[in-house]
Design a protein around this ligand. Sequence first.
Ligand code: 5CA
Ligand code: ZN
Length: 418
Amino acid sequence: MQAWTRPFVPRVTVETDDAPSRLRVHDTAREELVEVGPVDGTARMYVCGITPYDATHLGHANTYLTFDLMNRVWRDLGLAVNYTQNVTDVDEPLLERAEQTGVRWQDLALDQTDLFRSDMEALRVIPPDHYIGAVESVPSVLGLLESMLPSGAVYQVDDPEHPDWYFDVSTAPGFGSISHLDHDAQLKKFVEMGGDPDREGKRNPLDCLVWRLHRNGEPHWESTALGEGRPGWHIECSAIALGHLGPHFDVQGGGSDLAFPHHEMCAAQARVASGEPLADAFVHSGMVALDGEKMSKSKGNLELVSRLRANGAEPTAIRVALLDHHYRSDWEWTDTQLEASEQRLATWRQAVSRAEGSAPVEALVKGLRTSLRDDLDAPAALVVVDDWARRTLAGEGADDPEQAVAAIDALLGVSLTA
Ligand code: 5CA
Ligand code: ZN
């Protein structure tokens, strides 16, 4: 699948030897800050992509900006990055929405993926190197499932009409160690996210669907080994991640709503299939709310990037408004945040255009690197830019403002020239 156009990412040539030399972020599994990415070579990151309907709301945008910062910090550290992201372009909620609105599910997915691409491009998000749809991954999902058959970790439920295939969570060493929930909490979240603990014939209530056999009117693909059907949600991400990154990559990412069951299931399946952990660290961004509740497609309390853009908001200001919240916090969107970031941008642009030059760029770059390498502290990085702008406007220093513009663009993805 085609991703979107890559924004220009300047290289920051300013040396700041005393900034931390590695990126540290919070790993949900170890429940502490850990260094992520290799010392040199290629960092490998998988981020769970959209299910293409009601895209792109500010919760989605916030999640992809989090991992865009990670990508930018790694690149600034001199690493190459293999970034893989999926599109869940066939799954229950998408099929339901298509049915309700009377459009073909394929058209809904294409249309919404296009909208997502244009929003990501406008927000200057670096595109994934591998942007992979569930539909195009059916052969690799089937390959993965077939490789798991001999171990007995995937099995058919005892249902003569629809003997669907499930993954037996009891076969996975360490199941539950990413999200740390007790059994009752696991069951509750499993149901909230579309799980079926009470389905008859399952070995364990938390076993997840991996291959749903064909029902009339549903999309389906051939499989000699499993029977005609379609993939479950969690196995899609295991197969795409293993296929494009290999096992034990650096970061598995997404919003905190995905820690359980999705990331737990993806990791468990991959562990059984490959014998290795899926990822070194599991990183989760907080939930964005609107009108007092988590912004969600099922509730309909959404603010869309495209709607804000259509109403005249500059994408850079949307980006700054989102970056003003630490990635791990849960927070609520209000329009005043957009106004505040427009003001902020105007001040920064005024500083850039000051004819006599900029306040010292080295301090700016050191401040940006230090805050971002320390658990992606974007709000602190914005304060560093505020401080640089204030000092510049107060007449301190005569550095080349182009270097400041390049550093702010490279590390924060905020273009002051646009
Ligand atoms: N396709 C699956 C992942 S494989 C999915 O969860 N799609 S989604 O469209 O529902 O969400 C896409 C991404 O946005 C996920 O990483 C999810 O965690 C994140 N997300 C969804 N709602 C919010 C929200 N209100 N705030 C922050 N992030 C959110
Ligand atoms: Zn996923």
